[in-house]
Design a protein around this ligand. Structure first.
Ligand SMILES: [Cu+2]
Length: 107
């Protein structure tokens, strides 16, 4: 009985974890609001497109620390970047360097 309950719990956890990952080719979104990337860490697969949606009243950028991308994220206009190689891409806003995030790209 106990193992069945445990199994059910793990099944739900697995589903919840899986729901956080977009499958290949599907969009993944980061909302920018209150000078923060939300969520700050996002996991996508190679081939996925990350979309930043800026809800602040000022412009931002999503600029990777290693130069992999430098995306302007103007107000009220989605900005996109397609993940093409695996790795953890730390990024920040050039205008507000305390705004930071990570795009984790998996195979
Ligand atoms: Cu900014």
């Amino acid at each position: 009985m106990r193992s069945i309950a445990l199994h059910a719990v793990f099944s739900v956890l697995f589903l919840l974890a899986g729901a956080r990952f977009a499958s290949a080719g599907e969009p993944a979104s980061v909302v920018i609001a209150d000078l923060e990337f939300k969520p700050s860490v996002i996991t996508v697969r190679i081939g996925d497109t990350v979309t930043w949606i800026n809800k602040d009243i000022v412009e931002h950028t999503a600029t990777s620390s290693d130069g992999a991308f430098d995306v302007a994220t103007p107000k009220a206009k989605p900005a996109r970047w397609r993940a093409q190689k695996a790795g953890d891409f730390a990024y920040y806003c050039r205008l507000h360097p305390n705004m930071t995030g990570v795009i984790r790209v998996t195979r």
